[in-house]
Design a protein. Structure first.
Length: 300
């Protein structure tokens, strides 16, 4: 039995709404708290690459509290010019200055015998050059070096006024009046530079040697250039004469660069290959028949 003093429990229908309101308010407070945290928390950038491949960037000059002032570009230091190599002194065989026509012809014959010991006397005589082909150059007393070659040629060209001047040329292309023969292409190039005073827009000093100049190019050059003087080696000049590119109709003189010798003390007539090429050139029919009769040999 119940008494009047006992408290009755609250109705169940009234308890459910109270519990529902409490959970809703909790969720609302939680959402408000999350929104507040998002507003106060600084945004973090998402890296595009992994930390293992990301390289630290250097601070640019002039920015930030600890930035270092940009340095002024240094002016480039002037480079000292490279020292030029002194020109190789020419070694001159002074005995050549004493070769008169008779001695020059005999010396050439001795060289032929030395390099052709098995050749008969008849064959040697057939290839020998007569004394009358040589001009006496013993009166020339200046050193027979590269720098004096132009003056040497002018002096002996003036002794025959009927021949062309050194800076002149015939109208026909590839027909020089003077050919200078050297032992090597390098020496021929040096002599060609020494004779540039005879060159003009109309008249060339032709380079007739194989160094850096192919035979086809040399043939084409002879076909287009009026040349007064040609400078070359025996083999290349012979090739150009035999193929008809270098014409000998206007030829007045052949100059042999004999005085200057190389490190082995060898000159134009002391090397078998160059001597054989020179003899072949001098024995070409268009030249041999005119030696001493229109074509002179000058020993320099």
């Amino acid at each position: 039995m119940t008494t009047d003093t006992e408290t009755a429990p609250p109705p169940i229908a009234n308890a459910a709404p109270a519990a529902g309101e409490s959970a809703s308010s909790k969720r609302k407070r939680k959402r408000e708290k999350e929104k507040a945290n998002k507003k106060t928390k600084p945004a973090e950038s998402t890296p595009t690459t992994s930390s293992s491949t990301t390289k630290p960037t250097k601070p640019s000059a002039g920015t930030g509290s600890n930035a270092v002032a940009a340095r002024k570009p240094r002016a480039p230091k002037p480079r000292a010019p490279k020292p030029t190599k002194p020109a190789r002194p020419e070694t001159v065989n002074q005995a050549v200055a004493q070769l008169d026509p008779a001695l020059a012809a005999d010396y050439l014959l001795q060289r032929m015998r030395r390099f052709n010991p098995d050749v008969s006397a008849v064959e040697l005589a057939d290839r020998a050059i007569s004394t009358s082909a040589f001009v006496d150059t013993t009166p020339w007393t200046e050193p027979r070096v590269e720098a004096n070659l132009a003056a040497f040629l002018e002096t002996y060209a003036a002794k025959k006024p009927e021949t062309m001047k050194m800076d002149a040329a015939v109208t026909e292309t590839g027909a020089p009046h003077t050919i200078v023969i050297a032992a090597a292409a390098l020496r021929a190039a040096e002599l060609a530079r020494a004779l540039r005073r005879f060159q003009s827009k109309e008249v060339a000093v032709a380079k007739l040697f194989a160094k850096h100049i192919k035979l086809d190019e040399a043939i084409a050059g002879c076909g287009t250039a009026r040349m007064g003087v040609g400078v070359g080696t025996p083999g290349r000049v012979l090739d150009l004469v035999r193929c008809g590119a270098l014409k000998t109709g206007a030829l007045c003189r052949i100059v042999l660069d004999v005085s200057v010798v190389n490190e082995k003390q060898q000159g134009l007539l002391d090397i078998k290959e160059t001597l054989q090429g020179l003899l072949d050139l001098l024995n070409e029919p268009g030249i041999k028949s005119r030696l001493g009769e229109g074509v002179d040999i000058l020993v320099y």
